[in-house]
Design a protein around this ligand. Structure first.
Ligand SMILES: N[C@@H](CCC(=O)N[C@@H](CS)C(=O)NCC(=O)O)C(=O)O
Length: 200
């Protein structure tokens, strides 16, 4: 049986909640992380060198880092369309997952933190990443191709938060492919539940 240590209002956990639901994988949830009321943090810290959520265990398998968890779950539930076994497709999806985590999310996270503390923050890097994503979504209906994949799930918290930012930030350019893509994701009940309605 899978055990997930996580909290619902964390972006990295939200990706994992979405995939577990999509793959219909049963799991035990141990609430963990800031504000979760977790008691047994010592046992948790033995599982991960960083003390961050999400973490999953599956028998002897322990996985931390949300993208590694997504791949471990997708591997466990083959065949599936979100991370197909074909190496060429997997590599393309992996590339976009890394891009989302390394180039899309960090400037947005930095901006949100600075603004939450009352500062202005650096908008240019957010615009650069969002514009690249918009361009890519002009090439294919989903980030890594014709169907929803782990790349979309990885990027989803930032896609949602870019939508929240665009409502308050007139300097964010209109990005029509990104807007249409977010509207399409919002038709997906699992995106609504785990991303849109779970994350601020
Ligand atoms: N790169 C890691 C980041 C993990 C991370 O920073 N998790 C945050 C929540 S999104 C966390 O554990 N924060 C402290 C806490 O909730 O106690 C991943 O993708 O899993």
């Amino acid at each position: 049986m899978l055990t997930l240590y996580a909290r619902r209002d964390s972006s990295n956990c939200a990706k994992v909640f979405w995939l577990l639901d999509l793959l219909d994988l049963p799991f035990d949830l141990i609430p963990m992380g800031r504000g979760s009321g977790a008691q047994d943090t010592v046992a948790f810290e033995r599982l991960t060198p960083f003390g961050k959520v999400p973490v999953i265990t599956d028998g002897a398998l322990i996985a931390w880092e949300s993208n590694a968890i997504l791949r471990a779950l997708a591997k466990r539930a083959q065949p599936n369309t979100v991370w197909p076994e074909d190496q060429r497709q997997q590599t393309r999806i992996d590339g976009w997952m890394d891009w989302a985590s390394l180039s899309l999310t960090p400037p947005l996270t930095r901006l949100r933190k600075v603004r939450a503390a009352g500062g202005e923050g650096e908008l240019a890097a957010v615009i650069e990443a969002a514009t690249l994503l918009d361009w890519q979504l002009g090439q294919s209906p989903f980030i890594a191709g014709d169907t929803l994949s782990l790349a979309d799930i990885t990027a989803a918290p930032s896609v949602h938060r870019l939508g929240l930012l665009s409502a308050q930030e007139p300097r964010l350019p209109k990005l029509p492919h990104l807007l249409a893509y977010r509207e399409k994701l919002e038709l997906d009940p699992l995106y609504r539940l785990h991303i849109r309605d779970a994350l601020t």
